[in-house]
Design a protein around this ligand. Structure first.
Ligand SMILES: [Zn+2]
Length: 209
């Protein structure tokens, strides 16, 4: 469904939004088409604004519902992501994009960190009883995680033919690199291997395939 992000009822202005896709854990930093923006139920829209006389942005989380949206605190966001995460693992047999298994607790709970950007960090706690899974260590055993950000910008630059992908670093899930394919078909990446050594990196190889 489509919503007008300018009409979110969260008392913030401006058009500084991020979008978490609940079904895929795709993450968008820059949104286009804000008046007519495509969302799905349980998606999270993060709205930010720097208010006067402050240095840090005020952040509001808006959860998409059947009828529109409502404001949620970070705990509710983590709960929604936890439910989506379990559904995703059952369906895909891997961890979603930007997710990393952090630890297991003595009571059988598990913590997965979803860090889609340097500033957006969601430690998600999964409790066995909430999901009807008796053994979470078994449930999360040997899972790889999705490396490519599945979220696609809604506005593609068709004129220049430029395409971009966001890829999580495999060693540090809190780092995300951007691979760009220019109009002439050549690739660049923002990772150190490409920037400093000008070598084709695994992020570019992944986008080519
Ligand atoms: Zn790279």
């Amino acid at each position: 469904m489509k919503i007008d992000l300018n009409k979110l009822d969260d008392d913030l202005g401006g058009d500084w939004f991020h979008h978490i896709h609940a079904s895929s854990f795709g993450f968008l930093m820059k949104l286009g088409g804000i008046k007519n923006y495509e969302v799905e139920k349980d998606d999270i829209i993060i709205h930010k604004e720097i208010m006067e006389e402050t240095n840090f942005p005020t952040i509001k989380y808006n959860v998409i519902t059947d009828k529109g949206s409502h404001i949620a605190d970070k705990n509710e966001v983590k709960e929604i992501l936890g439910k989506s995460l379990v559904d995703y693992v059952k369906k895909n047999k891997k961890l979603p994009f930007a997710c990393k298994l952090k630890k297991f607790f003595k009571n059988g709970a598990a913590q997965i960190d979803y860090n889609p950007s340097q500033y957006e960090k969601f430690p998600i706690k999964i409790l066995p009883k909430d999901h009807g899974i008796s053994d979470l260590e078994e449930f999360f055993k040997d899972l790889k995680s999705e490396q490519v950000n599945p979220a696609k910008p809604q506005k593609e630059d068709k004129e220049s033919g430029v395409k971009q992908w966001e890829i999580a670093s495999s060693s540090d899930k809190s780092k995300v690199y951007t691979v760009t394919q220019k109009g002439d078909g050549s690739f660049t990446c923002t990772c150190p291997q490409f920037v400093f050594r000008k070598k084709v990196c695994k992020h570019i190889s992944e986008c080519k395939s």
